[in-house]
Design a protein around this ligand. Sequence first.
Ligand SMILES: Nc1nc2c(c(=O)[nH]1)N[C@H]1C(S)=C(S)[C@@H](COP(=O)(O)OP(=O)(O)OC[C@H]3O[C@@H](n4cnc5c(N)ncnc54)[C@H](O)[C@@H]3O)O[C@H]1N2
Ligand code: MOO
Length: 395
Amino acid sequence: MTTQPLLPVGEALDRLLALAPAIDTETLALPEAAGRWAAEAIAARRTQPEADLSAMDGYAIRYADLPGPWRLVGESAAGHPFAGRIDSGEAVRIFTGAALPEGADTVMVQEETERDGENVTLTGEGPRHRGRNVRVKGLDFSDGEILIAAGERLTPARVALAAVGGHGTIMVRRRIRVAIAATGDELVPPGEAAPGKLPESNGTMLGALIADLPVKIVNLGILPDSQELLESAFRQVDADILVTTGGASVGDHDLVRPALQAAGAEIDFWRIALRPGKPMMAGKLGDTAVMGLPGNPVSAFVTATLYLRPLIAAMSGASAPVPRTYLAPLGEDIPANGGRKDYLRAALIDGAAYAASIQDSSMLRTLARANCLILREPGAPAAHKGDSVEILPIA
Ligand SMILES: Nc1nc2c(c(=O)[nH]1)N[C@H]1C(S)=C(S)[C@@H](COP(=O)(O)OP(=O)(O)OC[C@H]3O[C@@H](n4cnc5c(N)ncnc54)[C@H](O)[C@@H]3O)O[C@H]1N2
Ligand code: MOO
């Protein structure tokens, strides 16, 4: 039928990312910004800690005064510093996070001391060096330093870092509106099985697969195998990304591509040297990036993992939108690969990767049992137990 060569997997990703529409920014309070990507570099607006602080509950002293004894002259608690300075032979009761009084340079932990009224004596080993149990000013960062680069994901640790760096809001890209449509006359909604009909599962799977990304999902439900009805549904789409599944191949009822074209879409590529996922297509419908994923559930999962998630991340401002892979030893032999890049459903068990024995792209139970994909380059020779292979963890 078609003699067009299949597009290499990496080239397809580059071309897809080039189809991404520009996404506006918004400024959000930190809890709402979590999970987004920083749209600009975030610099510290303060120094942390802002002064030398105690790391322990105990007594602030001068190291040179060891082994004591000391006379207690006051207290320094977090948020309530000691106002004066200490002289030789003097100690200040101090708590974790409290400012070290002027004149002090070391903190003795209270477990190694005894106190009788104003007298403090050392009972244990005592601090082993000057500065012991003190967090010096600027230990974590100084005012003006870049804490988070543009394009870094706002993980829980990074939103906390932004907060302690003096920020209450962060500029991020707005949520990506993703429309998801299943296609196929055989499909019925989950839970509504009927003879000769197949429960629709791709829409549910894709929604779950991108739920951790900053998206607004518009579920277009099940569209029929009718070019006119598909076309009119596509014309009405109001989203940043339109994702379809099914009808992507070469059969008489594979109408997604002609319907997209009839709706005014430009198809940038169709068919990738990928298994599973060969018939994937991508293009542009007005400003909307369009991805036509194959209907086979595992093919839809793999293409969404390799292409849809990175596209959403890139549109959200990620500087590293592509998931990273790892090396693992094979748990058993695998055969030579064919002409497409293969992503084998596999289980990583005790550090070794085991490919499932049947790799049919319809098999959801096999996919559900897998926790990684083994990547195989086109034409890769047979590989043996213990050989190092590239793997991509999957949820
Ligand atoms: N002559 C050829 N036939 C096929 C080729 C080819 O190159 N030449 N490619 C095969 C490959 S590879 C794939 S992948 C499939 C993909 O085809 P489509 O994208 O057109 O998918 P459908 O035919 O619509 O469906 C395939 C399969 O998946 C089931 N399906 C579809 N949608 C859903 C859904 N939302 N939830 C659950 N299951 C779904 C559908 O019932 C079919 O069983 O084409 C090969 N054929
Ligand atoms: O590419 Mo299909 O996705 O092999 O089953």
